[in-house]
Ligand binder design. Structure first.
Ligand code: ADP
Ligand code: MG
Length: 257
């Protein structure tokens, strides 16, 4: 077996497939005097490093439990002119994560709260910040179950440790006082340590109705809002727009000349 074949086998064995797939091209460039050996070796190793980074990035995105994968580039800012695009792009720089600041998206259904929260979450995961997306009701049922089974502290620590925790849809259903107290504990644990992204359809003035007592709601809001960016979206529902377009198109099919 010649050394070229042995090299191919070694690259297979070491799982360096990016080098393996590109080595012929680089050997040709070296032979033609168009690349030095050192440049070729460096560029080949760089291909492998980049691929490794991409795999790690994809793994972070996968474990983050996003309901869909949509980026900020998929968001139509023209449809929602009330949103300050520059502010969202600044959040995309992820300074808020470094400063342990929170983001709260507030607005009626369909205006893009979850979309923007997910987009920012994807950026965080891609930059290898531990990120997790969870619906508020799901979070609360997990924490209540843990409480019943005497392992609340462990579960709280689990959710407290994420660098970025996205809690979606606070306010669709109210929760009882025990659950509100548990949620307060989680928010207190994360306060000034990590970033929490919230989406809610309820104005803050009505959070007393979600958490049973205005005092608990106030305590939770105090900690969430202290270092925060509030993105209040007042606009049309994108879901409704898509529905209207669908009906407009299908009814036009029935129009006879
Ligand atoms: P909300 O969380 O405010 O109820 P979503 O973020 O779930 O709304 O948005 C509903 C659907 O509409 C999603 O599929 C989302 O990707 C899409 N959407 C919402 N706003 C926009 C927008 N401005 N541009 C593109 N897609 C949007
Ligand atoms: Mg939503």
């Amino acid at each position: 077996m010649n050394n070229y074949i042995k090299l191919q086998n070694n690259l297979d064995e070491l799982n360096l497939l990016n080098i393996k797939n590109n080595i012929d091209k680089y050997l040709d460039l070296i032979n033609m005097g168009e690349k030095s050996v050192i440049d070729a070796l460096y560029e080949l190793s760089e291909l492998e490093v980049k691929a490794k980074e991409k795999r790690a990035m994809n793994a972070c995105v996968k474990v983050a439990n996003f309901p869909f994968l949509k980026g900020i580039e998929d968001f139509d800012f023209e449809f929602q002119p009330g949103i300050n695009k520059q502010e969202i792009l600044d959040l995309k720089s992820l300074r808020f994560v470094e400063n342990n600041e929170n983001i709260l998206f507030v607005g009626t259904p369909g205006v893009g709260k979850t979309h923007l929260a997910v987009s920012l979450g994807i950026e965080c995961a891609k930059h290898r910040y531990s990120t997790y997306f969870i619906h508020f009701q799901d979070l609360m049922s997990q924490l209540k179950k843990a409480h019943k089974e005497n392992r609340l502290e462990t579960r709280l620590k689990h959710f407290a440790k994420y660098k970025v925790l996205i809690i979606d849809e606070i306010g669709y259903l109210p929760i009882d006082t025990d659950a509100s107290n548990i949620f307060f504990q989680l928010i207190s644990k994360r306060y000034e340590k990590h970033s929490t992204i919230i989406t809610t359809n309820m104005p803050f003035s009505e959070w007393g109705e979600i958490f049973g007592t205005p005092m608990l709601a106030q305590a939770i809001l105090d900690r969430l809002l202290h270092h925060s960016h509030i993105i209040s979206i007042k606009g049309e529902s994108y879901r409704l727009k898509e529905k209207m377009e669908f009906f407009a198109n299908s009814s036009s099919n029935f129009v006879r000349p």
